[in-house]
Design a protein around this ligand. Sequence first.
Ligand code: ADP
Length: 316
Amino acid sequence: DGPVVTIGEILVEIMATTLGDGFLEPQSLIGPFPSGAPAIFIDQVGKLGAPAAIVSAVGDDDFGTLNLDRLRKDGVDVSAVAVLPGAATGSAFVRYRADGSRAFVFNMRDSAAGKIAATAEAKAVLAGAAHLHVMGSGLPIPAVHGMIFATIPDLKARGGTVSFDPNVRRETLRDAEGRAAFDRVLAVTDLFLPSGEELAMFAEGAGEEDAVAHLLAAGVREIVLKRGAAGASHFDRDGRTDMPGFAVEEIDPTGAGDSFGATFLVARRAGLPVERALRYANAAGARTVTIKGPMEGTSTFAELDAFIAGAIVRSP
Ligand code: ADP
């Protein structure tokens, strides 16, 4: 079987060690940590032992090498990650406020991630994919957009599947072109992985049940709604399954949705029933939020089994 493949940004995250409102005075920092939503997702796929590959670009700097080393170590094929001479790997500085919200400084403009291109290596990896995971954040990048829509017809023709994490801001959906790109992906999506907030954005005022019914009627086979600490809900033509989350202390929420989605996908591809896949996915999300650093909390099946054995389920 071919790999699960995703396309998108790789960067590093550098975190302030104290709570506060931004970076207006010198901070004590921890990092760099490997990051980027598509990178976290594919790292989790690799850790679970499933074939995994990412199409991306990094600079020829330590931040790029740090990411490539981590992804390789966790079993991800990085042959389609271009190392661009003279380009810089992007970075995000993050500081948590006392209320749990985050202040960011992004150094992404002109970074390597914006220069992802349809190289020969990228085309080769995409031609062999068994599954494509689309991140909404990549759709506005023309080369990424182009590769996604160039890949999907052949992928579907050979029996491959598509998952879609919208990862979107309201402004993007208000823009006609942005909305059209999202609708075009949704029309070919097998597994849709929105947060509750994102589903509401897509539904444009329709209630959750109506929005779900509409998507299922339009051909989406499975929808998994991510509900943060409350867990997740799964919908398909057979009905609805709610799965409460695990009770943990949240230290760093970055990456939870990505490791959740990757785990649900791999569990289902391995033939596990919905309930077990949801439980594993909730465990992956919960482990991620207890560990500092976006990719530091990705998990093997052995780690998830150990976590579930010792964990407490939050009462609904
Ligand atoms: P996203 O990161 O995409 O916004 P969520 O915040 O809903 O998505 O997190 C994804 C999943 O991670 C949740 O469905 C849940 O399984 C798990 N999760 C997230 N936050 C917590 C938390 N505080 N406690 C336990 N599990 C959590």
